[in-house]
Design a protein around this ligand. Sequence first.
Ligand code: ATP
Ligand code: MG
Length: 412
Amino acid sequence: MNCFLLIIMSVCYFQPYPAPRRFQGFNMLLDENETVVSVRFGELWLRGNNRGQYIKRLISNISARLSSEDVKIIREYDRVLLRLGSNSDINAIQIKLSTIFGISRFELSQATKPELKSIKKLAAKFLSKYDSNSVVRIQSHRSYKGLNFNSMDVISEVAEHAKKRGIAVSNRNFNAEININITKENAFISTGSTKGAGGLPIGSSGKAVLLLSGGIDSPVAAWYAMKRGLMPIYVHMYGYPDASAKELSKITDIASKLNEYSLHYKMYLVPSHYFQLAAIRSGRYETVLMKHFMLLVAQKIAAKEGAQLIYTGDSIGQVASQTPMNLFSEGYLIKYPIIRPLSGFDKEEIIKVARQIGTYELSLLPYMDVCSINSKNPSTAALPEVIKSMSSDYKLKRIAGKSVKHAQILNG
Ligand code: ATP
Ligand code: MG
């Protein structure tokens, strides 16, 4: 093998991940006193050998989410650094960072050389903002241990300076913080951090099919799926004459809101009329049968899209279709795992999350959901055998396939 080929191969092999557009490099020396945003991974550190893949995904998600912001991305040991440009809008950047799954905390910090003298000088600048009413907690952490001083040395030097200025230092009842993080190339000082969205980077767990209604619950369930790194494929079943009905904009508006977290989505708008024609005589079983049908549709789409899980916004006992027996029966013939992240939630708890993620107001807008159109007195205990035989009599599996064929597919 010639030398040129070997060099090319080794460059490809050792390139840990393809660089997104905004990615500048690894472990770089920053400018003296440069302000950066430090982003921490949290749970990703538990991911053993796959950690590199998760971080690669996170960096690419950060790059996509901050695509309109003036930042450059650097990977530095246990964090990602965002270098700010002259047009950076720090508020907008922080709001966007709080929607990116896989980030445990982030903080605005200033950089200096990883030397005791430089750290002390920059810390003194931070301390100059405090007065004798301040009680400061000083914390230090070394991500790189090959330095000739340790965290205790840093804390005692900075604490000594604080005390000289009449500022109390304590780990209890403090009203200010100085956090010092040291890597091989840089030391970072910050005055506190913001909690991130947690979870795993979107896309790192593959895809999930999410049954999305116009209600409050299913967007919250979708958010919990995304939090575990699943890319959403929404399935919405509509009862309007066709997918161009203006009422359906409510559903796409909810998906667009959730896109702040997911970055991308795919949506199947599936007509319900093939089901309604077939199951016209299902009477009190129509509600459960329709949920069963939606799961058949979701299963068909999961197979087509290579998703492994189906999510719903069910909460045990919330409405007739969600009694334990009905949940058992509607999922009886479904091969895919049905995940119900809200199963133990009260409505109030669901509403609290819906408000936090910004879907609540959209969910309140008027909408005629197919589930609310059917039977006024639904069965609360449909036996699985009954649903199974109705499903087979009405040929629901085939009708699910036909409905998916007539679905309108949107990409967001
Ligand atoms: P939500 O539960 O979202 O508030 P809802 O209360 O109107 O809406 P339920 O009757 O509680 O809906 O339905 C339970 C679950 O079934 C929903 O959370 C959703 O996952 C699924 N679902 C209901 N209607 C539809 C629909 N038209 N299209 C797709 N999935 C639906
Ligand atoms: Mg509900």
